[in-house]
Design a protein around this ligand. Structure first.
Ligand SMILES: [Ca+2]
Ligand SMILES: [Ca+2]
Ligand SMILES: [Cu+2]
Length: 349
């Protein structure tokens, strides 16, 4: 997060829901012994069957360059949490282990400097305090390329105080935990006997058994027909109409699941995947259960190694980023906490 902060100050950051605008504008509870079928649910996890699909997109209307080339991928079946990991679940983990999240720890200058372009001046003391990035709607914007207009480095922000000092978790047990870094997500998954999904698994699961849908629910535009997911309606980032009922994070499973029984695969909070992010990862991706590239490269911030996030958030807007498309990719440094990002876990058997 600290590297993000510094680059934020330098106005070069492209963080979640902060991409430059595009040019164009209830689960069943099956009792499962063996050989699960698609959508069976056990211990809060749904079975996602094995399959072969065309991962990524080269759609001229929608896709960004990092979503191509589309390529054939084989994925084995796996269990996936039907919801994003909740505040209550994460609290249980912290209580059991005493785990301290990235956002709750101070940063050392040596660690920060390693992620910054050589010669970057040492930032002020607040950059080293425990904290995270909090979204605050600005009253106006000067263009949309400077994401520092709505992302604010907030000392004291953490999963316990997602919007910073003064915010709390009262009544929010069923919301997805946010302000968790990739490292925090890995620690939780290990404790739970699970793991993070690969990017290929995440995209396959998001499709919910549909044939190459644009969204987890199909192809209908997000603001057409029934409310489909927690996203942003209005004018990002200054006017939030919340026609979906939630100006911010929603309790998990507030919206209908996809075909595999998975809730909020579109919107609510971004979800960490296991993979390193590379903009060109698909050009050399393996076909058989790809695990992602061996190294990270985001040309916009080449010094910062990043991991993949998927699914979009309550900040994603149809006319801005539409991060809730099943093929849309996001990249974030693994030590970053954000108020619109969480995760869910998977398990092989
Ligand atoms: Ca919303
Ligand atoms: Ca989500
Ligand atoms: Cu977005």
């Amino acid at each position: 997060m600290k590297a993000l902060l510094v680059t934020l100050v330098a106005n070069t950051l492209l963080a979640a829901c902060t991409e430059a605008p595009r040019d164009t504008a209830s689960q069943s509870s099956g009792v499962v012994a063996e050989a699960p079928s698609a959508g069976d649910v056990r211990d809060g996890m749904a079975w996602v069957p094995s399959g072969t699909y065309l991962m990524g997109s080269e759609d001229a209307t929608w896709a960004r360059p990092d979503e191509g080339p589309a390529h054939i991928v084989d994925v084995d079946g796996f269990w996936m949490d039907v919801t994003e990991v909740t505040v209550a679940q994460f609290a249980e983990f912290v209580e059991a282990t005493g785990y301290l999240t990235t956002a709750e720890r101070p940063t050392r200058w040596e660690d920060l400097a390693a992620q910054l372009p050589p010669g970057t001046p040492k930032p002020g003391p607040e950059a080293f305090e425990p904290g995270a990035l909090v979204f605050t709607a600005p009253s106006g914007t000067n263009g949309l390329s400077d994401v520092g207009q709505w992302w604010n480095w907030t000392p004291g922000a953490s999963w316990r105080a997602p919007e910073g000092p003064g915010s709390s978790l009262d009544g929010r047990d069923d919301e997805p935990v946010v302000q968790v870094s990739w490292d925090d997500a890995i620690a939780y998954c290990e404790w739970a006997g699970k793991r993070l999904p690969t990017e290929a698994e995440w995209e396959w699961a998001a499709r919910g058994g549909l044939d190459a849908p644009t969204y987890p629910w199909g192809n209908e535009r997000i603001d057409t027909g029934d409310v489909k997911a927690n996203s942003w309606q209005g004018r990002f980032p200054v006017r939030n109409d919340a026609r979906d009922g939630f100006p911010g994070v929603a309790p998990v499973a507030s919206f209908a699941p996809n075909g595999y029984g998975l809730h909020d695969m579109a919107g609510n909070v971004w979800e960490w995947c296991a993979d390193f992010y590379r903009h060109d990862a698909y050009a050399t991706a393996a076909r058989d259960n790809p695990q992602g590239p061996a190294t990270s490269l985001d040309p916009a911030e080449p010094h910062i190694p990043k991991r993949v996030q998927r699914g979009g958030s309550f900040l994603c807007h149809d006319g801005y980023c539409s991060g809730y498309r099943v093929t849309a990719r996001m990249k974030t440094s693994p030590d970053t906490g954000l108020s619109h990002a969480g995760f869910r876990c998977v398990r092989d058997e």
